[in-house]
Ligand binder design. Structure first.
Ligand SMILES: NC(=O)c1ccc[n+]([C@@H]2O[C@H](COP(=O)([O-])OP(=O)(O)OC[C@H]3O[C@@H](n4cnc5c(N)ncnc54)[C@H](O)[C@@H]3O)[C@@H](O)[C@H]2O)c1
Length: 401
């Protein structure tokens, strides 16, 4: 993670987070550990709990606690509620969230006396925080790191796109070429899944409710249709909507025998597990780890991956380190900003300053050895001015070229 390493080295020299208590509720993975190390290098005390109990790497949690001195409240498979209470009691000044659980818990416990604000890294968390703000109950600024330009493109499209498919393939060892893969939701995340599935040779069908995104999918060359029509066609289904019950009884009833159901959305609500259980004639059987078979009355079998939990983390290792390098370097810089000028922002969900995003992309390009052009002073003035360009005089007729 060369970008984050550069940030960490600067932090170690400048100590911009000296003495701050920073708590994070993130996936406890090796990449998250690299972010925690950057914050520690910046002088912060760091506390960490798991945003999803299935993604916790116990070795990483132990190393962070024992070697790096972070306060870690995470163990694979353990429910996160108690750990959240521990972090709230720790009275963090800054928070890093993936799903807003920690910010919401701090607000619910009215533990805001030292709290400056937070960062939120996923769409679902931002939806919750905006709802909290609309109810007049969000009392600190929260930077929408998920909506930074670099984040939407690299993390959601390329990161989730690849890692969601990787999770499905790891869990099932299936060949995607020639299969029909249905993507439900064509946001940046769904776009990534669709793009990578097509690259692996799948026939991709997209289901959307937003006309602009549906049109975009169609113009990208995918088949677009309602979920009920796609339910009959698909071999593999991937939900990435941020909405509940996107696949439910009416869809299960018409799916093919052996259809695979996976969710890459944040919460395990996108595939209606209640309706799937109700339709099944017996409790599900674990065919192989992470794959449950639900048998229906007419003999068809539906295969649910990772219990409907986020498939790229529960069956794989989440986003590749290169992607998290960009995301987490952005978060380290956002934490620095929030510890300084950003603390004066009004309460509510706030955009990440554009300069910070540009800085991350610049560092990443540098790490990749990619150079780019810059505008000349004349071009810059032209771009920002309002006067029409002065045309160069045309040569007189008959004059030498
Ligand atoms: N697995 C991961 O690593 C990962 C990474 C990033 C985001 N996410 C999660 O994935 C989800 C989607 O994220 P996003 O950033 O693409 O969100 P988004 O809101 O930009 O896009 C979601 C899309 O789903 C569509 N949609 C909503 N309900 C639908 C329905 N019933 N049928 C079909 N389409 C529907 C919306 O119109 C929208 O275009 C969120 O829960 C987000 O938190 C997961």
């Amino acid at each position: 993670m060369p970008v984050l390493r550069q940030v960490r080295e600067r932090f170690a020299a400048q100590r911009p987070l000296e003495g701050l208590r920073i708590a994070a509720c993130l996936h406890v993975t090796a990449e998250t550990a690299a972010l925690m190390r950057a914050l520690l290098a910046g002088g912060a005390q760091v506390g960490l709990c798991a945003a999803n109990p299935l993604s916790t790497r116990d070795d990483v949690a132990a190393a962070l606690a024992e070697v790096e001195g972070a306060a870690v409240f995470a163990r694979r498979g353990e429910a996160p509620e108690e750990a959240l209470d521990e972090l709230v009691a720790w009275r963090p000044q800054l928070t890093l969230d993936d799903g807003a659980d920690l910010i919401v818990a701090l607000h619910e416990a009215d533990a805001l006396e030292d709290y400056l604000g937070g960062l939120e890294e996923t769409t679902t968390g931002l939806v919750r925080l905006r709802a909290l703000a609309a109810a007049g109950a969000l009392h600190r600024p929260v930077l929408a790191v998920n909506e930074a330009r670099s984040e939407r493109v690299f993390n959601d499209r390329y990161g989730t796109g690849q890692s969601a498919l990787d999770g499905i393939v790891r869990a099932t060892n299936m060949l995607l070429a020639g299969r029909t893969l249905v993507v439900l939701g064509y946001g940046p995340t769904g776009q990534g899944v669709a793009q990578r599935a097509r690259g692996a040779g799948a026939v991709v069908v997209v289901c959307e409710i937003d006309p602009v995104r549906a049109l975009e999918a169609r113009m990208e060359g995918y088949e677009v249709m309602p979920a009920l029509a796609a339910a009959e066609r698909g071999d593999v289904f991937v939900t990435v909507t941020g909405v509940r019950d996107v696949l439910r009884a009416e869809h299960f009833q018409v799916m093919k025998d052996g259809a695979v159901l996976a969710n890459a959305g944040h919460f395990d609500v996108e595939i209606s597990l209640g309706e799937l259980r109700a339709l099944a004639i017996e409790p599900p059987v674990e065919l192989i780890p992470l794959v449950e078979e639900y048998r229906l009355e007419d003999g068809r079998r539906l295969h649910l991956l990772t219990g409907g939990r986020v498939v790229n983390l529960a069956a794989g290792e989440g986003h590749p380190a290169e992607v998290m390098d960009i995301s987490f370097a952005g978060q380290a810089l956002a934490a620095e900003y929030l510890a300084g000028d950003g603390a004066a922002l009004p309460a509510g969900v706030q955009p990440v300053p554009d300069g910070l995003d540009v800085e991350v992309a610049r560092l990443k390009l540098e790490a990749l050895g990619v150079r780019l052009d810059a505008l000349s002073a004349d071009q810059q003035a032209y771009r920002e001015g309002w006067t029409p360009p002065v045309a160069a005089p045309s040569p007189a007729p008959g004059s030498a070229p």
